[in-house]
Design a protein around this ligand. Structure first.
Ligand code: ADP
Ligand code: MG
Length: 604
């Protein structure tokens, strides 16, 4: 599965830079429509199409989408890079000209591998093995069905495997390591800062160490201040080896982390020096020396990379699934007011995929249709392993929302039917996955508003996904809550006090619902506040009462549950904290049971 789908193309060069691409095109004569394909170093699994028109170079990035298709952003989707290039050979479809003549690789120019290529397979297998406890055929299946998201997940931690990554060390220790041995300009290392998850780049220049903070934006992309943005840290580093992008100089030799091999525990962090402890990025006048320093340092890779001949990338058109590609089974997986959810099969060029199809009742009025479109709009923006993925919309005999299949069904039903065979460690694993999905939603500024065990679906016993975005909302950039205009048919028992009293919804109110979902899970699908009605529950909470610890639930897990039910949303933990806590509970359970015992649990 790891073979590069472009590997057989004679005009594919692998991970070469923009200026190298231009060099090849120059040598091949600069005819209109002369083109080549290369790996995109900024987006995962993507390519760049470089071609010539009117003696000018054009570079269009080709994105790999979650359903495995490839497209120039906003353009038609194609099942592979070869098909895409063939399409644009026949029809410019918005490009400056059609692709006419491939710029062929010479025999002495092998495809240049990217640094992630050699790591990817091992990282994927390692992840699936550790997290879902799958082996053999089941592992291969999981890797195939979850490939796009899995790849993204492992790629985001791939820097940890790199020789220049030094883990969590203080700034001073970073300096000490850089000053050890030779001190050439550009010698660098990457370290984690004491706040979890943020990084800093330390590099040598003129025998002085400079530190640059690595920023992460809301969508998770990494950059140095005012620099270009990348999906992952290692892509950023690879880029900075070619372009300064605001650094004093390009990155050179890696300062190798000699302790990495022994997996030394990270050194204690010293007092943080704050952002003003960072050297402001000096923008020395290196422009003139660029072309002599390195052939890779011409213009910015970013310019033109975002070229987009299509105007409205957000058109619903791109959600479309043709009816003839969809086989709908009679089997109903579930139903609701909107209609029902059916099993089905989606034909893609890459093969058939099992899908779940939310079918809108045909007598439904416009309003309900719009609701489903909104649900699709939200789901389309989400890309996380622990969230049910939307594959598209099909507007035929009914309006249909096509999603990936989570065949083991809702968590509450699953647990209540398997009370004797599922361990508490297994439930903890599943709830940790839910917390990872929710942390992602929180980072993306989405509120779910209907998190409950019935809306957590299982792919198998060890793999959960959050679903049902029917009530979800995207928050504005500056908002931290959503205010509902009227109270609707709400799942009151899952709602935090501020939702019921003020109709205010935020990630913090989702945390409350997560607590209820935890209670359901550790009660093996029990019904929360059993005999009470919605309004009674409100009084019960207002009086300071909370549900009791489920029989099977460890005390420390119950403590987290109660924290999720902190009355004031300001004092309630966020998902970042909840996820961290779930992770440590799960890890300590694995340790207690000796790891091996837990790993030997039955897998469906
Ligand atoms: P509602 O808004 O009515 O709660 P849901 O999205 O929760 O709609 O779907 C209703 C039921 O359909 C779920 O409880 C589940 O049994 C089934 N279902 C929904 N999506 C999927 C899916 N992706 N895979 C498998 N079953 C699903
Ligand atoms: Mg539901």
């Amino acid at each position: 599965m790891s073979t590069d789908p472009a590997a057989d193309l004679p005009f594919y060069y692998g991970s070469i830079s923009r200026s190298e691409a231009e060099q090849h095109l120059k040598l091949a004569g600069m005819a209109d429509g002369l083109f080549l394909l290369r790996r995109c170093i900024r987006s995962l699994g993507g390519y760049v199409l470089s071609f010539v028109f009117n003696l000018e170079f054009y570079h269009y990035s080709i994105e790999k989408q979650l359903n495995g298709t490839y497209c120039i952003i906003g353009g038609k989707a194609h099942c592979g890079p070869a098909e895409l290039c063939e399409f644009y050979s026949n029809d410019p479809d918005g490009l400056e000209c059609a692709l006419r003549k491939p710029c062929l690789r010479s025999l002495d120019t092998p495809i240049r591998p990217g640094i992630f290529d050699s790591l990817r397979d091992n990282l994927l297998r390692e992840y699936v093995k550790q997290n879902w406890n799958l082996e053999g055929e089941a592992m291969e299946q999981a890797i195939i069905s979850q490939a796009p998201q899995l790849e993204k997940l492992v790629a985001t931690t791939a820097h940890e495997q790199m020789p220049w990554y030094h883990g969590k060390i203080p700034r001073q220790e970073g300096e000490r390591r850089l000053y050890c041995g030779a001190q050439p300009d550009g010698k660098f290392l990457l370290r984690e800062r004491d706040q979890l998850g943020t990084f800093a780049l330390s590099m040598m220049y003129g025998k002085t160490v400079y530190h640059y903070q690595i920023l992460q934006d809301k969508s998770g992309k990494y950059s140095i201040p005012e620099g270009h943005k990348f999906d992952t840290v290692w892509q950023l580093v690879e880029y900075l080896k070619m372009k300064r992008d605001g650094l004093v100089t390009v990155l050179g030799e890696a300062c190798v982390n000699s302790q990495a091999a022994e997996k030394a525990p990270s050194l204690p962090a010293t007092r943080r020096s704050g952002t003003n402890g960072y050297t402001p990025p000096p923008r020395a006048s290196v422009e003139s020396s660029n072309s002599t320093d390195s052939p890779l340092c011409e213009d910015s890779e970013g310019q033109g990379m975002d070229s987009n001949p299509y105007h409205n990338p957000n058109e619903v058109k791109k959600f479309n699934i043709q009816r003839n590609l969809l086989l709908i089974d009679e089997l109903e997986l579930g139903s609701g007011n909107f209609g029902c959810v059916k099993k089905g099969i989606l034909n893609t060029k890459a093969g058939q995929i099992d899908v779940a199809i939310k079918v809108l009742k045909s007598d439904n009025e416009k309003l309900v249709k719009e609701e489903m479109m909104r649900e699709a709009e939200i789901m389309y923006q989400l890309n996380n392993l622990y969230i049910v993925r939307m594959l598209g919309l099909c507007n035929a005999e009914n309006l249909m929302l096509v999603m990936e299949m989570a065949s083991a069904g809702p968590l509450n039903k699953f647990l209540s039917s398997k009370k004797d065979s599922i361990s508490v460690a297994n439930i903890t694993l599943l709830m940790h996955q839910v917390s990872m999905g929710m942390k992602y939603l929180e980072e993306k500024n989405f509120v779910h508003r209907d998190l409950a065990a019935r809306n957590v679906l299982l792919v198998n016993q060890k793999f959960a996904k959050i679903s049902d975005f029917g009530l979800s909302k995207a928050l504005g950039a500056d908002d931290n809550y959503y205010k509902a205009r009227t109270a609707g048919k709400w799942p009151l028992k899952w709602y935090a006090p501020e939702c019921i009293k003020f109709r205010k919804f935020s990630s913090k109110s989702d945390v409350w619902s997560f607590g209820i979902t935890m209670w359901e899970a550790f009660s093996y699908g029990g019904k929360p506040y059993k005999k009470m009605k919605g309004p009674e529950v409100m009084h019960f909470i207002e009086d300071g009462n909370r549900m009791e610890c489920p029989a099977a639930c460890p005390e420390n897990v119950y403590t987290l549950m109660k924290e999720c039910w902190t009355y004031s949303h300001e004092d309630r933990p966020d998902f970042k904290k909840v996820e961290k806590s779930m992770k440590s509970h799960h890890q300590s359970m694995l340790k207690q049971s000796g790891g091996a015992a837990a790993a030997a649990e039955p897998v469906k």
